[in-house]
Design a protein around this ligand. Structure first.
Ligand code: A2P
Length: 273
C-alpha cells in the first residue's frame, strides 16, 4: 500500500491511486478489483467518464471495507451552483453505491460561465454534513484558486495534468504556499514517448525498474498524489510497486528538466479528463 498525505481540511489521501479514464463500466470494475488486490486504496473517477457505477462495482467485488478505500469523483459544469453540487453528489453517490464520497472535485473551472465559487461553497456545505471527507478542484490555475482563497475557501487538492514534461512549477509552488495538495492526472504522460525518454531510461536501467516506475517515483518524491491509469493487470501491479528504491535529488531534478514549457491542456474545455 502507498503512504498517505495529510490534507488541509483534516482528511488524508493515499499518495498513489488508480486513474480510470477512459475505461467503461466493465473495464473499470475489473481494473478496480485487481487494483484493490494489488494494494491500491485510492480510486479516481468522474461523472464525465461515465464509469462511476463500474468503479463502485469493482470496490464491492473486491470485498474491501468502504472505510478502507478513498474514492474521488468530479462533477460537470452544469452543477456549478450551491444546490447543483448537492444534486451532483447525490447522483455520483448513487452510481458509486456509497453514502459518502471521500473527495469531490469541481472538474474544470469553466470560466465561460464563471460559477465555480458557488460550486466550491456547495462542496463546503456537503463536507460540513459529513457527506464528503475532502473537497477540491481540478484543472484550476493559480488565478482561479486565488479567487477561492479570497473568499476563505481552501480546497484540499487541485488535480492537474502533471508529468516530467509538464511540471507546473508555478502551480506547485502556489499550492504549497496555501497548503493545497497537488494531484497529478496522466502522471505517465498518457503512456506516450515520455516513457522512452533517455533520461528516464537511464534511471530505469540503474535501478532495475521500468520507466513508468521511475516517473511515478518522481511524483512521489515531489510530494504529489499520482493516479496512473492502467487496465492491464501486470501494469496495475507494477505501478504501485514503488516503495523499494529512492531517486537522488539530482535524479529528481534531471527528470524535472524534461519540462517543455507547454501546457498541453486548454483552460476552459471539459472533454476527456
Ligand atoms: P494500459 O492501460 O494498457 O496499461 P496516464 O495515466 O499518464 O494517462 O497513462 C495511461 C496510459 O499509460 C495508458 O495508455 C496505459 O495503458 C499506459 N500505462 C499505464 N501503466 C503503464 C506502465 N507501467 N508502462 C507502460 N505504459 C503504461
Amino acid at each position: 500500500a502507498a503512504p498517505t498525505i495529510d490534507l488541509p481540511g483534516g482528511a488524508s489521501i493515499p499518495a498513489l491511486g488508480l486513474g480510470t479514464w477512459p475505461l467503461d463500466d466493465d473495464e473499470a470494475a475489473t481494473a478496480v478489483e485487481q487494483a484493490v488486490a494489488a494494494g491500491y486504496r485510492l480510486f479516481d473517477t468522474a461523472e464525465n467518464y461515465g464509469n462511476e457505477a463500474g468503479v463502485g462495482e469493482g470496490i464491492r467485488r473486491s470485498g474491501i471495507e468502504r472505510d478502507q478505500v478513498f474514492i474521488t469523483t468530479k462533477f460537470n459544469k452544469k452543477w456549478h451552483s450551491v444546490d447543483g453540487v448537492r444534486r451532483a453528489f447525490e447522483q455520483s453517490a448513487a452510481k458509486l453505491g456509497v453514502d459518502y464520497i471521500d473527495l469531490l472535485l469541481v472538474h474544470w473551472p469553466n470560466p465561460d460561465q464563471d460559477r465555480y465559487l458557488d460550486a466550491v461553497k456547495g462542496l463546503v456545505s456537503l463536507r460540513e454534513e459529513g457527506l464528503l471527507k475532502a473537497i477540491g478542484v481540478s484543472n484550476f490555475k493559480p488565478h482561479h484558486l486565488q479567487r477561492l482563497l479570497d473568499d476563505g475557501l481552501v480546497p484540499d487538492v487541485n488535480q492537474v495534468q502533471l508529468d516530467p514534461r509538464h511540471t507546473r512549477a508555478d502551480s506547485r509552488e502556489f499550492h504549497a504556499q496555501h497548503g493545497i495538495v497537488t494531484e497529478s492526472w496522466s502522471p505517465l504522460g498518457k503512456g506516450g514517448n515520455l516513457l522512452q525518454d533517455p533520461a528516464v531510461d537511464l534511471l530505469a536501467d540503474k535501478y532495475g525498474m521500468t520507466p513508468a516506475q521511475i516517473v511515478l517515483r518522481w511524483h512521489l518524491q515531489l510530494g504529489l498524489v499520482a493516479i496512473p491509469k492502467s487496465a492491464n493487470p501486470l501494469r496495475i501491479k507494477q505501478n504501485i510497486n514503488l516503495f523499494g528504491f529512492e531517486l537522488t535529488q539530482d535524479e529528481v531534478d534531471s527528470l524535472s528538466a524534461l519540462d517543455t514549457g507547454d501546457d498541453d491542456i486548454t483552460d476552459s474545455d471539459s472533454f476527456g479528463h
